[in-house]
Ligand binder design. Sequence first.
Ligand code: SF4
Length: 206
Amino acid sequence: MKGYNDRMNGRSITELTALQEQMRHCHLCAKAGYPIVPRAIFSGPVTARIMVVGQAPGGREVERGLPFSGPAGRRLFSWLAQAGFKEDEFRKDQYITAITKCYPGKGKSRGDRVPTAAERELCLPFLAREVELVQPELIIPVGGVAIRHFLGKMKLDDAIGQVYHKDGRSIIPLPHPSGANIWLNRPKSKLLLQQALLLLSDASWQ
Ligand code: SF4
């Protein structure tokens, strides 16, 4: 396990704090007419070894100002617990963010609206800068939108249960805890998820 000073090598708390201030005050999507709640949600230190990247925060996350703090988060952290990560330690030590940082609001049917490609394009430079500053050893994209961003278009069946290596870091995708209910109900999917959690608990990605 690398020490704090090793992890600080080349990382700048000042630059990450400045970026986070910029995200907190960003109104790009609102100005472009998208019905978002302009409050960027993310958490974690510049020394994080793991970066979790979701699709976008939900309503509960906005109320609490904390990523993955609603029902989807409970399920995600129950999975991570199976891989040996305690939620309080994980939140303190690792970085959690999303493809778009602000709550997109409700969709036409049940559930939250999926951010459009144009919103994603507006927000993605922030994610690129977070990755650049934190330099995580492992990225966990959660859900189809985040998986597509890092790995290109692929079926969940092909993505889950695999470890990928890209730009010098490992990527272990997970399904979205609330968006992939139908997929998760299949016995084959449960096995793939277990395989992904095993990979997360394994030291081989480190
Ligand atoms: S989602 Fe991203 S680009 Fe859009 S307003 Fe929020 S921080 Fe800015």
